[in-house]
Design a protein around this ligand. Structure first.
Ligand code: ATP
Length: 296
């Protein structure tokens, strides 16, 4: 798999001057011009691919012909109001839920044809951390290492992340996961994913329940995973997080994609619809304008 940093290509300082702004990312996300502006060309492979996904729950269409590609090293943020279809999308992408129509390919592997092979490429952080309540933190990590047939080095990596999350002592104690707080469970789930360093990370509201220090660590870790080549799909209502981390965003409303692209393109999208928008506006402001316009 191509390493984006190794393949890094300097582009002009203003992404609008490059032929395709979608092919340009800033280190630290599209909102972080102040971060130093390392620019990386996205010539990488498509790793997450959704084609024409449709999902109905009875009479409700939760996803209506949804298409998405996320490339090597890219962080994509899926945004949208409550009930827009974000979790449904993530569940279909990771094979937890089947779609009524459409296809999912993960690292070129068809989810419907080779689900096990596709799923081994994915690290899922759901909004609700599912753990086995009667195991200790360390037993849970051992179980995950066995399930994914990780080699002996997994424990070293697990300890590295447990220390970052200040969970080393708790995980090695006899305390069962059932008595962990929400945030502690979330940190164990993060560790279970990060010790594998999967090429695809699907994160559904990953910061819920985490303390500010852990949030800072998670943001840095997600960025470093992407810089090392992981493709990240992130669903969140925290627009500052999307602005900080994501290279592209998608706005879903009622199961339909209203917009997909960079912040620069969202700004243009609004202007094309005669919505007053300024280039210096936050993603939060632009998002609210875009969703308000669609509701009208
Ligand atoms: P939120 O931001 O509130 O988490 P979301 O964008 O993740 O929302 P989804 O959970 O994907 O939205 O839900 C999309 C729509 O599908 C909603 O209208 C929801 O009520 C409906 N839905 C989701 N799961 C089911 C289910 N198992 N049965 C019936 N309807 C469902």
């Amino acid at each position: 798999m191509a390493r984006p940093l190794a393949a890094a290509k300097k582009l002009s300082a203003d992404p609008s001057k490059d032929a395709d702004p979608c092919l340009v990312i800033f280190k630290g996300g599209f909102g972080s011009g102040e971060s130093g502006g390392l620019l990386i060309g996205f010539g990488g492979e498509i790793v997450i691919e959704a084609i024409g996904l449709v999902k109905n729950y009875g009479g409700l269409c939760a996803l209506d012909h949804f298409d998405l590609t996320v490339k090597t090293g890219e962080i994509f943020a899926l945004l949208g109001p409550n009930g827009a279809g974000k979790t449904t999308t993530i569940k279909i992408l990771c094979g937890l839920l089947s779609s009524d129509q459409g296809q999912v390919r993960i690292a070129g592997v068809e989810m419907a044809e080779e689900p096990q092979k596709a799923k081994t490429q994915i690290g899922l952080i759901p909004d609700e951390p599912y753990v086995y309540p009667k195991l200790t933190g360390w037993e849970f990590l051992e179980l995950m290492a066995g399930m994914y047939r990780l080699n002996g080095r997994w424990a070293e990596k697990a300890v590295e992340y447990l220390k970052i999350f200040e969970m080393d002592a708790a995980a090695r104690s006899r305390t069962l996961l059932e008595s962990y707080s929400h945030g502690m469970k979330q940190k164990i789930v993060f560790t279970a994913v990060l010790m594998r360093r999967p090429p695809v990370m699907l994160l559904d509201e990953p910061l819920v329940g985490l303390d500010p220090k852990s949030i800072r660590h998670v943001k840095a870790i997600v960025q470093s995973c992407a810089q090392e080549g992981a493709s990240v799909l992130l669903s969140t209502h925290i627009l500052t997080l999307a602005e900080e981390l994501a290279n592209r965003i998608g706005i879903l409303m009622n199961g339909r994609v209203q917009f997909m692209g960079t912040k620069l393109e969202l700004h243009q999208f609004l202007k094309d619809r005669h919505v007053e928008a300024h280039s210096g506006e936050s993603l939060e402001d632009l998002f609210l304008k875009a969703t308000l316009k669609e509701e009208q």
